[in-house]
Design a protein around this ligand. Structure first.
Ligand code: ADP
Length: 260
C-alpha cells in the first residue's frame, strides 16, 4: 500500500482561533502519478523511432549520391520504425476505446473456429520455428464478443511465440474445468520470474525492455488483454518458471458457456 498523502490547511475559524483541516489525497495523488508516468512512457516510446526516421531522412536528403544498397537499407529501417509507431498508436487507441467502456456486444462465439484462427496465426508468426499444438478437449460455444476475444487471445499467442526461442513449442488448449470454459496457451520459452508476474498487465511493464522491442512488442498487449477479460468477467492466471516456460490461462464464468 502507498503511503497516505494528507493535504493540511489552516483556515480562520473566528477572530482568535484557526481550524486545522486535513484531507486525504492519497488516491488523487496516485491517479495523477499514473497519468504522468503514462504520458512520459508514450513520449519515450515515440521518441526513439522518430529520431531514427528523421535522422535517416536527413541523411538521404543530404547524400543524393548514396549507393542503392545503402539507400534501400536505410529506407527499410525507416519503414520498420514507422511500423513500430503504428503498432503503438493502434494499441493506444484500442486501450482508450476499452477504457471508455462501451457496453460489451455479446454474441455466440464459435470456439473451434476461433481456435483454428489462433492456430493459423501462431503458425504464421512462428514461420516453422516452433512446434504448434492444439488440444481442444471440448467443442464449445461461448457467449462473448468475437473480435475482442480474438484480440485478447491472439495477444497471448503472439507473446508465447515471441518469448519462445526457435525449436521450442507452444500449445493452445480449450477445456471445461468445473463447468467453466478455460483457454490456455503454454510455451516452453524464456519464462518469467515470480516477482514480475503481478505487474505484467500494467501498461508498458516489461521484464526485458530490449527483448520486447526487438520482437516488436509495444508493452501494451497484456494491459489490453486485462481490459477485455474484465469485460467478460474472465480471469487471467499466469504460471511461469524462468528457463522452462509459461502458461497463461483465461477462465470464463460458467454462465458464458452454451450447452453443445
Ligand atoms: P510486450 O509488447 O512487451 O510483449 P505485453 O504487455 O504483451 O508487452 O507483455 C508484458 C511483458 O510480459 C513482456 O514484455 C514480457 O516481458 C512478459 N511476457 C509476456 N508474455 C510472456 C511469455 N509468454 N513468456 C515470457 N514473458 C512474457
Amino acid at each position: 500500500p502507498a503511503e497516505r498523502v494528507l493535504s493540511v490547511q489552516l483556515v480562520p475559524f473566528d477572530s482568535t482561533r484557526k481550524l486545522l483541516l486535513s484531507r486525504d489525497i492519497t488516491r488523487l495523488d496516485r491517479v495523477q502519478t499514473v497519468h504522468r508516468d503514462f504520458i512520459a512512457n508514450v513520449s519515450h516510446e515515440l521518441r526513439t523511432p522518430l529520431t531514427v526516421v528523421s535522422g535517416f531522412a536527413e541523411t538521404l536528403m543530404d547524400m543524393p549520391e548514396m549507393d542503392a544498397a545503402t539507400r534501400t537499407q536505410q529506407l527499410g529501417l525507416m519503414v520498420e520504425q514507422t511500423q513500430r509507431m503504428q503498432r503503438l498508436v493502434d494499441d493506444l487507441l484500442t486501450l482508450s476505446r476499452l477504457e471508455n467502456g462501451q457496453q460489451l456486444k455479446e454474441e455466440e462465439v464459435d470456439v473451434p473456429q476461433l481456435m483454428r484462427l489462433l492456430q493459423a496465426e501462431a503458425e504464421g508468426l512462428s514461420q516453422g520455428r516452433h512446434r504448434v499444438a492444439v488440444a481442444q478437449l471440448a467443442t464449445t460455444r461461448l457467449i462473448g464478443n468475437h473480435d475482442e476475444l480474438h484480440s485478447a487471445l491472439s495477444n497471448l499467442v503472439s507473446n508465447a511465440i515471441r518469448y519462445t526461442p526457435a525449436g521450442g513449442g507452444i500449445t493452445l488448449s480449450w477445456l471445461v474445468e468445473d463447468g467453466q470454459p478455460v483457454f490456455a496457451v503454454s510455451d516452453t520459452g524464456i519464462g518469467i520470474s515470480p516477482e514480475h508476474i503481478p505487474r505484467l498487465t500494467e501498461r508498458f511493464y516489461r521484464v526485458d525492455r530490449s527483448r520486447s522491442r526487438t520482437t516488436g512488442g509495444t508493452g501494451l498487449g497484456l494491459a489490453i488483454v486485462k481490459h477485455i477479460l474484465q469485460r467478460h468477467q474472465a480471469e487471467l492466471a499466469i504460471d511461469s518458471k524462468p528457463g522452462t516456460g509459461s502458461r497463461f490461462a483465461v477462465r470464463f464464468p460458467a454462465h458464458r458457456l452454451l450447452p453443445d
